[in-house]
Design a protein. Structure first.
Length: 354
Protein backbone atom coordinates (compact mmCIF):
# COMPACT_ATOMS: atom_id res chain seq x y z
CA UNK A 1 0.00 0.00 0.00
CA UNK A 2 1.17 3.46 -0.84
CA UNK A 3 -0.08 6.89 -1.83
CA UNK A 4 -0.52 7.87 -5.47
CA UNK A 5 2.61 9.83 -6.39
CA UNK A 6 0.85 12.24 -8.74
CA UNK A 7 -1.64 13.11 -6.00
CA UNK A 8 1.18 13.65 -3.50
CA UNK A 9 2.96 15.85 -6.02
CA UNK A 10 -0.16 18.01 -6.37
CA UNK A 11 -0.34 18.44 -2.59
CA UNK A 12 3.21 19.82 -2.32
CA UNK A 13 3.42 21.73 -5.60
CA UNK A 14 3.79 25.14 -3.94
CA UNK A 15 6.22 24.04 -1.24
CA UNK A 16 9.93 23.32 -1.15
CA UNK A 17 12.70 21.69 0.86
CA UNK A 18 11.93 20.62 4.43
CA UNK A 19 8.30 21.77 4.10
CA UNK A 20 7.74 19.12 1.40
CA UNK A 21 9.13 16.37 3.64
CA UNK A 22 6.92 17.42 6.54
CA UNK A 23 3.76 17.52 4.41
CA UNK A 24 4.45 14.11 2.84
CA UNK A 25 5.07 12.54 6.25
CA UNK A 26 1.77 14.01 7.46
CA UNK A 27 -0.07 12.64 4.41
CA UNK A 28 1.35 9.15 4.97
CA UNK A 29 0.48 9.22 8.68
CA UNK A 30 -3.11 10.33 7.98
CA UNK A 31 -3.64 7.71 5.26
CA UNK A 32 -2.07 4.83 7.19
CA UNK A 33 -2.72 5.46 10.90
CA UNK A 34 -1.67 1.91 11.85
CA UNK A 35 1.85 2.30 10.42
CA UNK A 36 4.62 2.51 12.97
CA UNK A 37 6.62 5.74 13.18
CA UNK A 38 9.58 4.06 11.44
CA UNK A 39 7.38 2.77 8.62
CA UNK A 40 5.77 6.20 8.14
CA UNK A 41 9.21 7.82 8.00
CA UNK A 42 10.56 5.26 5.52
CA UNK A 43 7.53 5.60 3.20
CA UNK A 44 7.66 9.40 3.42
CA UNK A 45 11.34 9.35 2.52
CA UNK A 46 10.66 7.14 -0.51
CA UNK A 47 7.83 9.37 -1.70
CA UNK A 48 9.89 12.52 -1.16
CA UNK A 49 12.70 11.09 -3.28
CA UNK A 50 10.28 10.28 -6.09
CA UNK A 51 8.19 13.44 -5.93
CA UNK A 52 11.18 15.77 -5.79
CA UNK A 53 12.72 14.14 -8.85
CA UNK A 54 15.64 12.57 -6.96
CA UNK A 55 14.44 8.98 -7.19
CA UNK A 56 17.31 6.54 -6.66
CA UNK A 57 19.78 9.44 -6.27
CA UNK A 58 18.20 10.51 -2.99
CA UNK A 59 20.69 8.70 -0.76
CA UNK A 60 23.71 10.00 -2.68
CA UNK A 61 22.56 13.60 -2.43
CA UNK A 62 21.87 13.08 1.26
CA UNK A 63 25.56 12.38 1.90
CA UNK A 64 27.11 15.65 3.15
CA UNK A 65 30.52 14.73 1.69
CA UNK A 66 29.18 14.37 -1.87
CA UNK A 67 29.17 17.61 -3.84
CA UNK A 68 28.59 16.36 -7.40
CA UNK A 69 26.66 13.45 -8.91
CA UNK A 70 27.45 12.64 -12.56
CA UNK A 71 25.51 10.29 -14.82
CA UNK A 72 26.91 9.40 -18.25
CA UNK A 73 23.88 7.58 -19.61
CA UNK A 74 22.48 4.32 -18.20
CA UNK A 75 24.90 2.49 -15.92
CA UNK A 76 27.13 3.35 -12.97
CA UNK A 77 26.85 6.76 -11.35
CA UNK A 78 29.93 8.86 -10.63
CA UNK A 79 30.26 11.07 -7.57
CA UNK A 80 32.68 13.62 -6.18
CA UNK A 81 33.18 12.94 -2.49
CA UNK A 82 35.49 15.08 -0.39
CA UNK A 83 37.10 16.48 -3.54
CA UNK A 84 37.75 13.10 -5.22
CA UNK A 85 35.91 11.76 -8.28
CA UNK A 86 34.91 8.11 -7.97
CA UNK A 87 32.33 5.57 -9.10
CA UNK A 88 29.45 4.79 -6.76
CA UNK A 89 27.74 1.44 -6.36
CA UNK A 90 24.51 2.85 -7.81
CA UNK A 91 23.41 1.98 -11.35
CA UNK A 92 20.57 3.68 -13.21
CA UNK A 93 18.47 2.24 -16.00
CA UNK A 94 17.47 4.40 -18.95
CA UNK A 95 13.90 4.47 -17.67
CA UNK A 96 14.97 5.65 -14.21
CA UNK A 97 17.17 8.30 -15.75
CA UNK A 98 14.47 9.65 -18.06
CA UNK A 99 11.93 9.68 -15.23
CA UNK A 100 14.30 11.59 -12.95
CA UNK A 101 14.90 14.23 -15.63
CA UNK A 102 11.22 14.58 -16.54
CA UNK A 103 10.09 15.05 -12.94
CA UNK A 104 12.84 17.51 -12.03
CA UNK A 105 12.09 19.76 -15.01
CA UNK A 106 8.32 19.44 -14.73
CA UNK A 107 8.33 20.65 -11.13
CA UNK A 108 9.88 23.98 -12.22
CA UNK A 109 7.65 24.42 -15.24
CA UNK A 110 10.50 23.67 -17.63
CA UNK A 111 10.99 21.03 -20.27
CA UNK A 112 13.83 19.29 -22.05
CA UNK A 113 13.39 16.88 -24.96
CA UNK A 114 15.01 15.73 -28.19
CA UNK A 115 13.98 18.96 -29.92
CA UNK A 116 15.54 21.01 -27.08
CA UNK A 117 18.16 18.61 -25.70
CA UNK A 118 20.11 20.96 -23.42
CA UNK A 119 18.61 22.19 -20.18
CA UNK A 120 19.25 23.38 -16.63
CA UNK A 121 17.01 23.46 -13.59
CA UNK A 122 17.28 23.02 -9.84
CA UNK A 123 15.76 20.81 -7.18
CA UNK A 124 13.90 22.08 -4.14
CA UNK A 125 17.03 22.01 -1.97
CA UNK A 126 18.96 24.20 -4.44
CA UNK A 127 20.83 21.35 -6.14
CA UNK A 128 21.56 22.39 -9.72
CA UNK A 129 20.75 19.86 -12.44
CA UNK A 130 22.21 20.14 -15.96
CA UNK A 131 21.15 17.79 -18.75
CA UNK A 132 22.23 16.94 -22.30
CA UNK A 133 19.98 14.48 -24.14
CA UNK A 134 20.35 12.38 -27.29
CA UNK A 135 21.07 12.93 -30.11
CA UNK A 136 23.69 15.33 -28.68
CA UNK A 137 24.64 12.66 -26.14
CA UNK A 138 24.60 9.49 -28.30
CA UNK A 139 25.12 7.05 -25.40
CA UNK A 140 22.14 8.25 -23.38
CA UNK A 141 21.16 11.24 -21.22
CA UNK A 142 24.04 12.95 -19.45
CA UNK A 143 23.19 14.47 -16.09
CA UNK A 144 25.30 16.57 -13.74
CA UNK A 145 24.00 17.51 -10.30
CA UNK A 146 25.86 19.95 -8.11
CA UNK A 147 24.70 20.19 -4.52
CA UNK A 148 24.23 23.51 -2.84
CA UNK A 149 26.12 23.54 0.43
CA UNK A 150 24.09 24.86 3.35
CA UNK A 151 27.01 26.12 5.36
CA UNK A 152 28.48 29.56 4.77
CA UNK A 153 32.24 29.50 4.31
CA UNK A 154 34.09 32.55 5.59
CA UNK A 155 37.15 34.29 4.19
CA UNK A 156 39.44 32.53 6.65
CA UNK A 157 38.98 29.33 4.61
CA UNK A 158 40.79 30.98 1.69
CA UNK A 159 43.94 32.35 3.29
CA UNK A 160 45.40 34.31 6.16
CA UNK A 161 47.40 37.40 7.02
CA UNK A 162 47.91 39.74 4.07
CA UNK A 163 45.31 37.92 1.96
CA UNK A 164 42.54 38.43 4.50
CA UNK A 165 43.57 42.02 5.21
CA UNK A 166 43.58 42.89 1.51
CA UNK A 167 40.19 41.32 0.81
CA UNK A 168 38.55 42.87 3.86
CA UNK A 169 40.00 46.24 2.91
CA UNK A 170 38.66 45.84 -0.63
CA UNK A 171 35.12 45.30 0.70
CA UNK A 172 35.39 48.13 3.23
CA UNK A 173 36.78 50.61 0.67
CA UNK A 174 34.14 49.65 -1.93
CA UNK A 175 36.62 48.38 -4.50
CA UNK A 176 35.21 46.49 -7.48
CA UNK A 177 36.58 42.94 -7.37
CA UNK A 178 36.90 40.41 -10.20
CA UNK A 179 37.34 36.83 -8.97
CA UNK A 180 38.82 34.34 -11.44
CA UNK A 181 39.70 30.65 -11.48
CA UNK A 182 38.89 27.29 -13.05
CA UNK A 183 35.63 25.37 -12.80
CA UNK A 184 35.12 24.18 -9.21
CA UNK A 185 37.95 26.36 -7.89
CA UNK A 186 35.69 28.13 -5.41
CA UNK A 187 34.93 31.39 -7.21
CA UNK A 188 31.29 31.50 -6.15
CA UNK A 189 32.14 30.55 -2.57
CA UNK A 190 34.80 33.26 -2.29
CA UNK A 191 32.42 35.78 -3.84
CA UNK A 192 29.77 34.93 -1.23
CA UNK A 193 32.31 35.17 1.60
CA UNK A 194 33.39 38.64 0.49
CA UNK A 195 29.82 39.86 -0.08
CA UNK A 196 28.91 38.64 3.41
CA UNK A 197 31.24 41.34 4.81
CA UNK A 198 29.17 44.14 3.28
CA UNK A 199 27.52 46.37 5.88
CA UNK A 200 24.00 45.43 6.99
CA UNK A 201 22.74 48.87 5.93
CA UNK A 202 23.55 48.15 2.26
CA UNK A 203 21.41 46.39 -0.37
CA UNK A 204 22.99 43.62 -2.46
CA UNK A 205 21.51 42.50 -5.78
CA UNK A 206 22.84 39.24 -7.25
CA UNK A 207 22.58 38.16 -10.88
CA UNK A 208 23.17 34.50 -11.72
CA UNK A 209 22.62 31.94 -14.42
CA UNK A 210 21.53 29.52 -11.67
CA UNK A 211 21.08 30.79 -8.12
CA UNK A 212 24.02 29.41 -6.13
CA UNK A 213 25.32 32.26 -3.99
CA UNK A 214 24.83 31.81 -0.25
CA UNK A 215 25.48 35.29 1.13
CA UNK A 216 25.23 35.75 4.89
CA UNK A 217 23.60 39.18 4.79
CA UNK A 218 20.18 40.53 5.83
CA UNK A 219 19.38 42.40 2.59
CA UNK A 220 20.01 40.35 -0.55
CA UNK A 221 17.89 40.38 -3.71
CA UNK A 222 18.61 37.30 -5.86
CA UNK A 223 17.87 37.31 -9.61
CA UNK A 224 18.14 34.17 -11.76
CA UNK A 225 18.12 33.72 -15.54
CA UNK A 226 15.11 31.98 -17.05
CA UNK A 227 15.40 29.92 -20.26
CA UNK A 228 12.66 29.92 -22.86
CA UNK A 229 9.69 27.57 -22.57
CA UNK A 230 10.92 25.24 -25.31
CA UNK A 231 8.94 27.14 -27.93
CA UNK A 232 11.22 30.17 -28.08
CA UNK A 233 9.19 32.31 -25.65
CA UNK A 234 9.55 33.57 -22.12
CA UNK A 235 13.35 33.69 -21.87
CA UNK A 236 14.91 36.20 -19.47
CA UNK A 237 18.62 36.65 -20.15
CA UNK A 238 21.42 37.75 -17.87
CA UNK A 239 21.51 41.03 -19.82
CA UNK A 240 17.82 41.52 -19.00
CA UNK A 241 18.58 40.90 -15.33
CA UNK A 242 21.49 43.35 -15.27
CA UNK A 243 19.18 46.03 -16.64
CA UNK A 244 16.51 45.16 -14.07
CA UNK A 245 19.01 45.12 -11.22
CA UNK A 246 20.07 48.69 -11.87
CA UNK A 247 16.47 49.81 -11.30
CA UNK A 248 16.27 48.02 -7.94
CA UNK A 249 18.45 50.52 -6.06
CA UNK A 250 21.47 48.29 -5.47
CA UNK A 251 24.30 49.43 -3.22
CA UNK A 252 26.35 46.47 -4.45
CA UNK A 253 25.99 44.39 -7.62
CA UNK A 254 27.14 40.77 -7.72
CA UNK A 255 27.43 38.96 -11.06
CA UNK A 256 27.77 35.23 -10.43
CA UNK A 257 29.78 34.61 -13.59
CA UNK A 258 30.44 36.68 -16.70
CA UNK A 259 30.11 34.47 -19.74
CA UNK A 260 28.55 36.54 -22.51
CA UNK A 261 27.06 39.86 -23.56
CA UNK A 262 25.94 40.72 -20.02
CA UNK A 263 29.58 41.65 -19.37
CA UNK A 264 29.04 44.82 -21.43
CA UNK A 265 26.20 46.03 -19.20
CA UNK A 266 28.02 45.15 -15.98
CA UNK A 267 31.24 46.83 -17.13
CA UNK A 268 29.28 49.94 -18.13
CA UNK A 269 27.51 50.01 -14.76
CA UNK A 270 30.68 49.54 -12.70
CA UNK A 271 32.72 51.97 -14.77
CA UNK A 272 30.02 54.60 -14.32
CA UNK A 273 29.99 54.53 -10.54
CA UNK A 274 28.53 51.35 -8.98
CA UNK A 275 31.33 50.91 -6.47
CA UNK A 276 31.96 47.94 -4.21
CA UNK A 277 30.63 45.32 -6.63
CA UNK A 278 31.80 41.82 -7.52
CA UNK A 279 31.93 39.45 -10.48
CA UNK A 280 33.58 36.17 -11.42
CA UNK A 281 35.00 34.89 -14.68
CA UNK A 282 36.51 31.60 -15.79
CA UNK A 283 40.22 32.32 -16.34
CA UNK A 284 43.70 31.18 -15.32
CA UNK A 285 45.21 34.60 -14.54
CA UNK A 286 44.28 38.19 -13.87
CA UNK A 287 45.42 39.23 -17.35
CA UNK A 288 43.43 36.34 -18.81
CA UNK A 289 40.35 37.39 -16.85
CA UNK A 290 40.51 40.90 -18.32
CA UNK A 291 40.99 39.51 -21.82
CA UNK A 292 37.94 37.26 -21.48
CA UNK A 293 35.83 40.19 -20.33
CA UNK A 294 37.03 42.15 -23.36
CA UNK A 295 35.90 39.28 -25.61
CA UNK A 296 32.49 39.13 -23.93
CA UNK A 297 32.00 42.88 -24.29
CA UNK A 298 32.96 42.68 -27.97
CA UNK A 299 30.42 39.86 -28.43
CA UNK A 300 27.71 42.24 -27.21
CA UNK A 301 28.74 45.17 -29.42
CA UNK A 302 31.18 44.37 -32.21
CA UNK A 303 31.13 48.02 -33.34
CA UNK A 304 32.98 49.20 -30.25
CA UNK A 305 36.68 49.96 -30.90
CA UNK A 306 39.00 47.62 -28.99
CA UNK A 307 40.69 50.58 -27.31
CA UNK A 308 37.35 51.66 -25.84
CA UNK A 309 36.52 48.13 -24.68
CA UNK A 310 39.90 47.74 -22.98
CA UNK A 311 39.60 51.11 -21.25
CA UNK A 312 36.11 50.33 -19.96
CA UNK A 313 36.98 46.84 -18.73
CA UNK A 314 40.10 47.96 -16.92
CA UNK A 315 38.29 50.97 -15.50
CA UNK A 316 35.46 48.86 -14.13
CA UNK A 317 37.50 46.80 -11.66
CA UNK A 318 40.13 47.62 -9.05
CA UNK A 319 41.25 44.17 -7.96
CA UNK A 320 41.58 40.72 -9.54
CA UNK A 321 41.62 37.77 -7.13
CA UNK A 322 42.63 34.29 -8.26
CA UNK A 323 41.32 31.20 -6.50
CA UNK A 324 42.24 27.53 -6.99
CA UNK A 325 42.00 24.11 -5.41
CA UNK A 326 44.83 22.86 -3.25
CA UNK A 327 45.45 19.72 -1.21
CA UNK A 328 43.89 21.46 1.79
CA UNK A 329 40.87 22.83 -0.03
CA UNK A 330 40.24 25.99 -2.01
CA UNK A 331 42.36 29.07 -1.44
CA UNK A 332 43.32 32.43 -2.87
CA UNK A 333 46.43 32.05 -5.04
CA UNK A 334 46.89 35.59 -6.35
CA UNK A 335 45.81 39.17 -5.72
CA UNK A 336 46.43 41.67 -8.51
CA UNK A 337 45.77 45.36 -8.83
CA UNK A 338 44.16 46.27 -12.14
CA UNK A 339 45.93 49.04 -14.04
CA UNK A 340 43.50 51.28 -15.89
CA UNK A 341 46.02 52.52 -18.47
CA UNK A 342 45.33 51.03 -21.92
CA UNK A 343 49.06 51.10 -22.68
CA UNK A 344 49.90 48.76 -19.79
CA UNK A 345 50.64 45.40 -21.41
CA UNK A 346 48.90 42.96 -19.07
CA UNK A 347 46.61 45.34 -17.21
CA UNK A 348 47.52 43.87 -13.82
CA UNK A 349 50.17 44.31 -11.16
CA UNK A 350 50.75 41.45 -8.72
CA UNK A 351 50.31 42.39 -5.07
CA UNK A 352 50.55 38.87 -3.68
CA UNK A 353 50.97 35.35 -5.09
CA UNK A 354 50.95 31.96 -3.41
Amino acid sequence: MTLDEEWVRSQVAERSGEAVEAVIESLVRDRFPLFSADTVRAEATRLFASVEGLGPLHDLLGDPEITDVLVNGPGRVWIERAGRLQQSALELTERELNLLIERAFHRNGRSVDRAHPIGDTHLADGTRLSVVLPPLAPHGPVVALRRQRDERIGLTAFGEGLVLDTLREAVRDRQNVLVYGATGAGKTTLLAAMASLVGADERIVTIEDAAELRIDHPHVVALERRPDNGEGRGAVTLRDLVGASLRLRPDRLVLGEARGGEALDVVWALASGHRGSFATVHAASGAGALERLEVFVAMADAALPHSVIRAQVRGAFDLAVGVARSENGRRVVAIERIIARRTHRSGVETLWAW
